[in-house]
Design a protein around this ligand. Structure first.
Ligand code: ATP
Length: 745
């Protein structure tokens, strides 16, 4: 038979104060020796190296108890180490080495080390590796001294664990536990991820609304940029056009005004002088004519008087001068003289007085002469005189009327000249008012031009503001053509555009988010993080689902294998039981599922309990706790009516246990079994049966049997004797069967 267990080496482990090695050369190796020599320590060395964590099962309280404590002969040690070596040429262990050593070391401070082929590993790596080879932790394959009926005393749950272990389900259990742990971790991560996402959600929402606002503001800005470009292009075109037009107009008005001013200056220069001199001249002429007219009138009056006198004289024949000199004539003469004299009296100037006197003398002479001359000699003469006088009178009267006509003409002319003077004045006034009008027009055109300058200033301000608000995009207005209707539309249309733009600016300002790049970036990053988390959550949920599947699959495998295995165990059990007891039967039964309890309370509550019913008061267990169906055992002895474990004798209990342990190893034989005085309670007949069964078992698993029993020793192919000398150190020696019995005593 192929032996996978090669050797075990103990250094400082318990009573093995010196390095001791057991080499397993036979399928059945028996360890013999007197009480207290250290045999059980060998079995415990196996427990220890295979990863046993219960100190109790190694008869210790703490790790330190496992270390050679020293004796007067040999000082204590600081570490205990056990190394087991496997032949792995058949790949018993899932590791790529032909020989595998598993070593455990415990230090005084309780620290444990595990080594696989000399390299440090974790306990769970060791457990996993061994579980793969059906070397398990429930310890069913190491039956300690006095623990043969442990499987009978065990709780249904522990019993089930042992059976599962024996069936090689530990590996699946480990895998399941691992998957459950991963599932738990995944659940924690799912919760963490969910909570992270929950934490992110309000922030994302906040950022989203901010970004929406920013986008809206950006849209507004784009709208503003377009509107502003259009507006500015129009405004620029309009200002340019208006400026040119008004400049022309100003120029035209200025030149017109200049002309007008020249005209006014001329009109002012001409006004008055020409008409004044003309009137003067005419007036001179007028007074000359008026003098002549007065003279002509006097002459005509005189002639008329003389004519009257002559006509009177003609009427009277023989008339005297006195007769013919009419009284009025004389009175007139006297009045004239009187007047001249009065005139003379008023004058101071002598020469003037003299002149008057001379005039008076002349008058008197001519009056006298008149009297002499006029005194007609004859009627003929008188008639002739009358004719002459009439002729003269007529001539003078003609002259008088001509002069009167001339005067009239002159007066008319004066009026005309004056009139023409008035017209010139009126023209000047008119011209001046035209000038004022022209000045007014020029003024209004100039103020319009000033307004255009203001408009240009405002335009430049608007461009600056536009750049600040929407950036360089605003310069688009410079490139665009003059928009349609820019130069022909009503100004109010453009004003309306300006108001719209102002409103837009206010809206943008109200949004108050600046350019918002930072927020947009933050939103993007936060969203990416959330998306990453969402993806991670999906992955986690997927892996949780697949872990659940794996767990379910493993549970199914465990369940199927367990039930199949249990069937085979029961068959073997029946066989062994019948062999040992010469009949009867024993059976392992799966109990009703119950809630899993913490191990301690189960140990306490389930002590010796075989029934599957829930104890009173257990109904309140948490719903979430796993249902667990333990294994109960029922026996029925031949020729005995009473059934149940309670009624078995010590030996019967030992036999039942042995039957059970052996049947368990049949289905999935472990590489080795360690039986520490399992046969202690057997009588001779049963010891023989036990030895037979050992041989049967030895065909499938390596056996290390600690015994005091000769029949058992005889079944072994190799015997080791353990002795303890005065130094308290266990020693090992290879012995022959004949010596063995001696050694054992
Ligand atoms: P039995 O046949 O009576 O079952 P055994 O051969 O199985 O006896 P063990 O129980 O293996 O004997 O050995 C017990 C011995 O080991 C005791 O003498 C005990 O003093 C010794 N021992 C246990 N732990 C230590 C230790 N840490 N240091 C030294 N000796 C120890």
């Amino acid at each position: 038979m192929f032996l996978s267990l090669r050797s075990i080496e103990l250094v400082g482990f318990k009573s093995f104060g010196k390095k001791t090695e057991l080499i397993f050369g036979s399928p059945i190796v028996s360890v013999v020796g007197p009480n207290g020599s250290g045999k059980s320590n060998v079995a415990e060395a196996f427990r220890f190296v295979l990863g046993e964590q219960s100190m109790k099962s190694m008869r210790s309280k703490k790790g330190e108890d496992l270390i050679w404590g020293g004796s007067p002969a040999l000082a204590r040690m600081n570490r205990a180490g056990v190394k087991v070596v496997f032949d792995n040429s058949k790949r018993l262990l899932d590791i790529d080495f032909k020989e595998v050593s598993v070593e455990r070391v415990v230090h005084r401070d309780g620290l444990n080390e595990y080594l696989l082929n000399g390299s440090q590993v974790r306990l769970k790596d060791v457990i996993r590796l061994l579980a793969g080879a059906n070397i398990g932790g429930s310890g069913y394959q190491i039956i300690s001294q006095g623990e043969a009926d442990r499987i009978l005393n065990a709780s249904p749950r522990e019993r089930r664990e042992m059976v599962e272990d024996a069936l090689g389900l530990k590996l699946y259990q480990h895998k399941k536990a691992e998957s459950e742990r991963k599932l738990e971790e995944t659940g924690v991560n799912i919760d963490k991820t969910k909570s992270l996402r929950r934490e992110l959600a309000p922030h994302i929402n906040f950022l989203r609304t901010q970004v929406e606002k920013i986008e809206k503001a950006r849209e507004l800005k784009e709208d503003l940029a377009a509107k502003l470009s259009d507006y500015l292009a129009r405004e620029h075109a309009w200002i340019t056009q208006e400026d040119a037009r008004l400049t022309d107009e100003v120029r035209a008005h200025e030149s017109e005004l200049k002309k007008l001013m020249t005209s006014v200056a001329e009109a002012r220069g001409k006004r008055g002088t020409a008409s004044d001199t003309a009137i003067q001249e005419l007036r001179g002429k007028l007074s000359g004519r008026e003098g002549k007219l007065a003279e002509a009138r006097r002459e005509s009056e005189r002639l008329a008087r003389e004519l009257g006198r002559a006509e009177g004289a003609l009427e009277a024949t023989n008339v005297t001068v006195e007769q013919i000199v009419p009284v009025p004539h004389v009175r007139q003469f006297a009045r004239d003289i009187e007047a001249s004299l009065s005139d003379a009296e008023r004058r101071d100037d002598m020469s003037a007085v003299r002149n008057v006197i001379a005039e008076v003398r002349g008058r008197i002479k001519s009056f006298i002469d008149g009297l002499a001359g006029m005194a007609p000699e004859t009627n003929e003469e008188v008639r002739r005189q009358v004719e002459t006088l009439s002729g003269s009178l007529e001539r003078v009267q003609k002259e008088e009327s001509a002069l009167a006509g001339e005067l009239e003409e002159l007066r008319k002319k004066i009026a005309e000249v004056r009139e023409s003077g008035f017209a010139a004045e009126r023209d000047l006034i008119e011209l001046e008012s035209t000038v004022r009008e022209a000045q007014g027009k020029l003024g209004s055109v100039q103020s319009a031009r000033a307004n255009i300058a203001l408009a240009r200033q405002r335009f430049e301000e608007e461009v600056r503001e536009g750049i600040a608000l929407v950036g360089a995009a605003i310069h688009a207005w410079e490139k665009s053509e003059i928009p349609q209707g820019a130069l022909s539309e009503e100004r109010s249309v453009q004003e309306k555009r300006r108001r719209d733009i102002e409103r837009l600016k206010i809206k943008i300002e109200e949004s108050g988010l600046g350019n918002g790049d930072q927020i947009v970036t933050e939103f993007k990053q936060t969203k990416e993080r959330d998306e990453f988390l969402a993806k991670e959550l999906m992955d986690l949920e997927k892996s949780a689902a697949s872990l659940k599947d794996i767990i379910a699959e493993l549970e199914k495998t465990i369940d199927v294998r367990f039930h199949e295995g249990l069937k085979l165990i029961n068959e073997a059990l029946n066989n062994f039981f019948a062999k040992l007891f010469g009949g009867g039967d024993a059976k392992l039964t799966v109990e009703q599922p119950r809630r899993k309890m913490p191990k301690d309370s189960l140990d306490m509550d389930d002590e010796g309990e075989e029934g599957g019913d829930l104890p009173a008061g257990r109904q309140e267990w948490d719903e979430g706790e796993e249902l667990y169906a333990g294994l109960s055992i029922s026996v029925s002895l031949p020729r005995k009516k009473i059934k149940g474990l309670e009624v078995l004798s010590g030996g019967e209990r030992a036999l039942t246990s042995i039957a059970l342990i052996f049947s368990m190893t049949q289905v999935n034989p472990p590489p080795f079994l360690i039986l520490d005085e399992t046969d202690a309670a057997l009588d001779e007949a049963n010891s023989k049966r036990y030895a037979d069964m050992i041989r049967e078992l030895g065909a499938k698993s390596q056996l290390i049997v600690i015994t005091h029993n000769r029949a058992t020793m005889a079944a072994a192919g190799e015997l080791y004797g353990v002795t303890m000398g005065q130094d308290g150190v266990s020693k090992l020696l290879s012995v022959k069967l004949e010596e063995a019995e001696k050694v054992a005593k």
